[in-house]
Design a protein around this ligand. Sequence first.
Ligand code: MV4
Length: 453
Amino acid sequence: MPVSKILIANRGEIAVRILRACRDLGIPAVVAYSEADRDSLAVKLADEAICIGPAEARRSYLNQPALISAAMITGCDAVHPGYGFLSEDATFAEACAAHDLTFIGPRPEVLERFGSKYAVRRMLAANGLPTVPGSTGIVSDLRDALDQAAQAGYPVLLKPSAGGGGRGMRLVRSPREMETSLPLARSEAQAAFGDDSIYFEKWIEESRHVEVQVMVDQHGTGVHLGERDCSVQRRHQKIIEEGPSPAMDDAGRERLRDLAVRSVVAAGYESAGTLEFLLDPDGNFYFIEINCRIQVEHPVTEMITGLDLIAEQIRIAAGEPLSFRQEAIRFRGHAIEFRINAEDPGDNFAPQTGEIESLQLPGGPGVRIDTHLYPGYEVPPFYDSLLGKLIVWGEDREIALARSRRALGELEIVGVKTNVPFHRGIIDKAAFLEARVSTNLLDRVGPAAFVAG
Ligand code: MV4
């Protein structure tokens, strides 16, 4: 479990964020980069960097032998996978362990156990978490699916057990739709995840997406760090996240946070993790899935707690006990995160690439920017479109919103189209201001649009 030098096996803003945590902890770090990221900010800021392969992620950031060799060549004893890529890959965590490298995340056997969405749902339900009514297991065949859906009642949402984040889900409104959708969902799941196991849940109307951040050490002590509300999404991509949830009262919040941490500790989870819930209009919450990694939106939690989640995640992987107790965590104010993407809101959010000609970042009280951009940086076409995050804090939601307006006004990225104008629009929409955002894709886009993506 030693952690005395860390290989950062990721790119973009999260590579920079991890590097900063390493600096603050006094731990040397090595940035692993693809040929396309040679001129990246993480490489520029790093003490040491090593090329792990060509641009294509399969051959670099997903190339396990290349990453393990890079760690060994540079004398690292730990690997931080960031989010995405290999961050929840039990095989990679196992390969790290086999080479005496500490994987900064849950230990491989824990990742393995939390890898099946359906199994996790059952395990956490057994530990006291409310889940959405639905199939009692993986559906075996069409007959079984029809029988179980008739029991649960339509509409239902088919979910691949090996998937995550909404990928491959399908809405089914009738037995006839089940007949066509189940085989399609199966073959999609097989193609996308190499596993065609499908389960289903009743569709929750007008739900919000609320998630609880937890931290559990290897000695079985866990804390929650509050919840985030991620109800502003587009094609299952979160766009704006905030905390605390503006849709919950203090009693509901307390119950959710407490149940979440108690159930994962009982189930043997460890490291940083996030439990996702749907919140219905009556204030009922239902567990849907767990993310076994640090998430894009972790700064929301850092802003309202004043803690460094990456540093804590590293300490946990090193076998240290949690550095704070639940009672010592003070929640203060409200934070909102805006994901800044290289995409054109005027062209159906098509991904953009090109050179950042100039960059003007906002500042002042309550404003944090996590980005890998610099003037002259070339946004490569090979990866996701996240350019960075603007995170704004205020004593309450009103103040945070006012500061967000100010900060979004100051932010200017020239050279590549971004979704900044879209954020400026959203922030003044009544639905967002009054926290009435929810999804009812059933009415809004229909089932045809509700497929992988
Ligand atoms: C649901 C749902 C309604 N009913 N599950 C899961 C992953 C996430 N990206 C979206 N997920 C949903 N799961 C049941 N049983 C609706 C969604 C959903 C959603 C939820 C909250 C906020 C925005 C959303 C956008 C699309 C789908």
